[in-house]
Design a protein around this ligand. Structure first.
Ligand code: G4P
Length: 512
């Protein structure tokens, strides 16, 4: 018997409290028992992947992982939650973007004192692009925050969507007295030692006058929760709490269970695939190479979209390759990588392989469908790769292709000349690239400025494309898969050529 799935990610600005919240969610779900284990696990993971020096030097986590926990509800039964962790550092946005293609909903964590920040907004836009609905958790109400109305208005304005407060903080910081549930009128009050609030619910409360007024205004001024508007991405329910003090976390899990969508049909060709379909299908949204420096293994992270996956099953990547027998799939429980026997739509499976599986691949039993909509993003920084030892050209090409396949960096091979160009979405990825070239491929290389600023995938009628490419040969390149790319000196130049060649499309994203 399979339990319903909630596959979700947490999006936030670094420091908003994602790690703390993750830990508390896992504790509440019974997946781990001691606070602090997520961080310990982070340190463990770093030890395991010490090939990635940057990770250690900067103390940040570059990999994203999957955590599964279950919770039983009186009325809903057992629900399985798959939490896909996304790297918090803004430079790893592309990795984060791709993780968001594999979830059905997201929790947006906002620091009550800081509100919506640029990165959170960017991630939100990706969610919108993918129709991923969002539950908002305003964190750190135990600290002095901004006025609640100001915060809610900012969310509504910056993200252009309705906000529906589901709870209301009674005071913040030193004045914090608890959180009012706007639906039931119950107030959870802090209880116990100061490190851990937990919740004691009072149903018979008279609010201090100031808050009673606030709550009345709020109820009149903001949207009421509407499940359909939420699922369409037009409305976000807002909860208040403190991850650190474990306050409001249970309510958040409850909200995910009750409102967040179960696995939905996924866009595919020739037709969308419903989770109920018999055939096992899924797509790869992440590939992690060289997790163990002694083995050139890779783990492809596949989101299961339909069917019941059973260990040993043969799956075929659409468009390339032979069927792969998946003998040792990995399911990600909070503490260990465990071998899975069965998995259901919405679950993530790690498939060890030797480089056959790539980001964007569709896997299925019959190989007659293809999932669509896994984007490649236009790089924001381009650099020329300068090889220090010219005899290593072959190794360099292999390394660049590998890393492009993982989606760590993009690589462009110019039509003219032999200077390969790498593109990244954030600066830190360049450091990761150089460090991995050395550590994993024994290639010493440097990066030089490229005469280009950004890239666009060009599409259109073959004749129009050829005419355009012939006249702009010096700026044309191919990506790893041989798709034509226009390298532009500036954003302005893109506008300029787009005006001059109205029949050619200049795409900032490319579907894999
Ligand atoms: P991130 O993953 O989003 O980057 O955030 P993280 O959970 O690491 O939290 C960032 C900082 O905010 C941490 O403090 C954490 O303890 C604190 N924090 C998280 N939730 C709350 C909350 O509800 N209330 C308060 N007051 N603080 C919160 P730090 O000092 O940077 O780290 P640490 O020394 O506590 O590990």
């Amino acid at each position: 018997m399979t339990s319903p799935r909630r596959t979700f990610a947490i999006i936030s600005h670094p420091d908003a409290g994602k790690t703390t919240l993750t830990e508390k969610l896992l504790v509440a779900g019974g997946a781990i028992h001691l606070a602090g284990e997520v961080k310990a696990r982070g340190a463990n993971r770093r030890a395991r992947s010490d090939w990635m020096k940057i990770e250690q030097q900067r103390g940040i986590s570059v990999t994203s992982s999957v955590m599964t926990f279950e919770r039983a509800f009186d009325d809903l039964g057992v629900i399985t939650f798959n939490l896909l962790d996304t790297p918090g550092h803004e430079d790893f946005s592309e990795d984060t973007y791709r993780t968001l293609t594999a979830v059905d909903s997201a929790v947006m964590v906002i620091d009550a004192a800081r509100g919506i920040e640029a990165q959170t907004r960017k991630l939100f836009e990706v969610c919108r692009l993918r129709s991923v609905p969002i539950i908002t958790f305003v964190n750190k109400v135990d600290r002095e925050g901004r006025p609640v109305f100001e915060l809610l208005d900012e969310i509504a304005d910056m993200l252009a969507l309705d906000v529906a407060p589901m709870s209301w903080p009674i005071g913040m910081g030193g004045e914090f007295e608890g959180v009012l549930d706007l639906e039931t009128g119950g107030v959870s009050r802090p209880e116990g030692d100061s490190r851990n609030f937990q919740g004691k619910v009072d149903t018979d409360v008279t609010l201090p006058e100031r808050f009673a007024e606030e709550v009345e205004l709020a109820q009149a001024g903001y949207a009421e929760f509407d499940a359909e508007a939420y699922r369409n991405g037009d409305l976000t329910p807002v909860y208040f709490g403190s991850a650190l003090k474990d306050f409001g976390v249970a309510e958040l899990i409850d909200a995910l269970a009750r409102h967040a969508p179960a696995p939905r049909p996924q866009p595919a060709e020739p037709a969308p695939i419903a989770p109920e379909a018999d055939e096992v299908t899924g797509f790869v949204f992440k590939v992690q190479a060289n997790m163990d420096p002694n083995h050139r293994d890779r783990i492809a992270f596949m989101r299961l979209c339909s069917g019941t996956f059973k260990r040993g099953m043969k799956l075929t990547p659409t468009g390339h390759g032979k069927p792969i027998a998946v003998h040792s799939p990995i399911l990600f429980f909070a503490q260990n990588r465990e071998v899975a026997d069965e998995a259901f739509p919405g679950d993530i499976i790690g498939i060890p392989n030797h480089g056959t599986l790539r980001v964007g691949d569709t896997l299925s039993e019959r190989a007659d469908i293809r999932f669509t909509g896994l984007p490649n993003f236009a790089p924001e920084i381009l650099r020329r790769v300068a090889l220090k030892d010219p005899t290593k050209t072959k190794q360099l090409r292999k390394a660049l292709d590998d890393m492009a396949e993982e989606g760590v960096t993009q690589v462009f091979y110019p039509e003219i000349g032999s200077n390969w160009i790498v593109g990244v979405v954030g600066q830190l990825q360049l450091e990761v690239l150089i460090s991995r070239l050395e550590a994993e491929y024994k290639v010493a290389a440097g990066l030089e400025p490229a005469p280009f600023d950004t890239a666009r995938w060009v599409t259109g009628d073959a004749g129009d494309l050829k005419a355009f490419a012939d006249l702009n040969r010096g700026a044309m390149a191919k990506d790893r898969d041989g798709n034509p790319v226009f390298l532009a000196k500036s954003a302005w130049e893109i506008g300029y050529v787009a005006d001059r060649y109205p029949k050619v499309r200049f795409n900032a994203t490319r579907e894999r």
